[in-house]
Design a protein around this ligand. Structure first.
Ligand code: SF4
Length: 425
């Protein structure tokens, strides 16, 4: 084969999505043919209903399709139905997941209104109880899920791995003629914990259509190995996430690297990006990163794309960077309202370019684009709409004028009045 031949476009695709059993989480489908779902978790004290309602609403408006809250004590369990009611009054119907550890069986039994208000219960098999209590308490939660017709996520985490299971597998490995590394045993223990717990849940009577599995670790290579193996061994719907991914850039890169590879291989039905927010930081960032990951890889479209050049020595001003940031911020901020007002607006592509070298070309490929003047160029910014130059902006208000043109374009192309014309195209 000629090494200069172009790559066949069929090769520029992810592997086929791995087939899993579809699971309903309060009306949101996870697995089966459903698109990969983005979810998030609050960091408020659930007993503080005001703070929790505000954060769940913010996460949902940012695009989180499922939100998890901690249910760690009676006060939190008591608050859950009120949180659900108050969200409904705000028009926020995002399904809520309760995160239970150690006393989940008791909290669910003592607070049936909480059990009813939640769409899914998350159980960590390593934190459900010890020795003979372990299975009994796990089964009690599963029975509650059956009674209230709820879904369960069996969420194994390497930091709280079932120590009895790990010790048994370590002992078996030491006695084996061909022992593997301790790290490989740890990975096997994580997978085995998820699969054995799923088996117990199904023996208790919970349908496979009501079970989601996760097996989180904090090391990227281990996470990839664990999920590859897990996906080979079961058709349960899988929740992906790198635990303790960390703060800022490190957390974003680690999560994107690990989950990007797995998603490319068709593995994963729902994702959560576990970022440690900076003090006072915005919790919705984890939703934004999850959406960007799926959108960048071409799996889903959530927000319009702003293509901006990185800048170089041909431009000494930061005008185009500021404009790109401004446009991107506006688009994201407006999306909660625009999703319903302008159906399809998430497919919009805007270009903000820094000079004449790539500016006009990139702008022509966008729905609407601006090519700002580079150093030494005439102080004029040509505007391209649907591939054609339609105007040239000059003067001190270029940014405001371009923003107004973007808004007009959105109204014209995606506004309700535009629907019949668009449909007829
Ligand atoms: S478009 Fe111009 S300013 Fe932007 S990176 Fe390319 S050459 Fe540099």
């Amino acid at each position: 084969m000629n090494s200069q031949a172009p790559i066949d476009t069929d090769e520029a695709e992810p592997f086929p999505r791995r087939r899993t059993v579809a699971v309903d989480v309060g009306g949101v489908l996870v697995g089966g043919d459903a698109p990969v779902v983005v979810q998030s978790m609050t960091n408020t004290d659930t007993a503080d209903a005001d703070a929790t309602v505000a954060q769940v609403a913010a996460l949902a408006r940012a695009g989180s399709e499922i939100v998890r809250i901690t249910v760690d004590r009676d006060e939190a369990a008591r608050a859950v139905p009120h949180i659900r009611d108050r969200l409904a009054r705000l028009g926020v119907d995002v399904p809520l997941v309760g995160d239970f550890h150690y006393i989940g069986h008791k909290l669910l039994a003592d607070h049936p209104a909480c059990a009813e208000a939640l769409a899914k219960y998350r159980i960590n098999p390593g934190n459900v109880g010890f020795k003979d209590k372990k299975d009994r308490q796990f089964v009690a939660i599963v029975e509650t899920a059956i009674r209230f017709d709820k879904t369960v996520r069996i969420g194994v985490n390497w930091g709280s791995l079932d120590q009895e299971l790990l010790t048994r597998l370590m002992d078996e490995n030491s006695a084996s003629a061909r022992p593997v590394s301790a790290r490989a045993v740890m990975r096997e223990a994580i997978i085995r914990s998820a699969l054995l717990s799923a088996e117990l849940a199904e023996e208790t009577g919970l349908a496979r259509e009501r079970i989601i599995l996760s097996a989180k670790v904090s090391n990227v290579q281990d996470l990839i190995a664990v999920y590859r193996d897990l996906s080979r061994r079961t058709d349960h719907a899988l929740h992906l996430g790198l635990t303790e991914a960390g703060m800022g850039t490190k957390g974003v890169v680690a999560s994107s690297a690990a989950m990007g590879i797995l998603l490319q291989e068709g593995i994963g039905d729902t994702i959560r990006v576990s970022l440690t927010p900076e003090p006072g930081g915005d919790r919705t960032r984890e939703v934004q990163v999850g959406q960007e990951l799926l959108q960048t890889m071409g799996f889903r479209q959530f927000v319009p794309v702003v293509a901006a050049c990185p800048g170089c020595g041909r431009t000494t001003s930061t005008v185009f960077q500021e404009l790109a940031e401004r446009i991107e911020g506006d688009l994201r901020r407006n999306m909660p309202v625009w999703r319903t007002r302008y159906p399809g607006v998430e497919t919009l592509k805007v270009a903000v370019m820094g000079c004449i070298v790539n500016g006009p070309g990139e702008s022509k490929h966008a729905d609407i684009g601006i090519s700002l003047p580079g150093t030494g160029e005439t102080p004029a910014a040509p505007i391209f709409v649907d591939g054609k130059k339609v105007a040239t902006l000059r003067g001190p208000n270029i940014a405001e004028d371009f923003e107004a043109m973007v808004q007009n374009y959105i109204e014209r192309r995606f506004g309700v009045a535009a629907a019949p014309a668009a449909a007829a195209e």
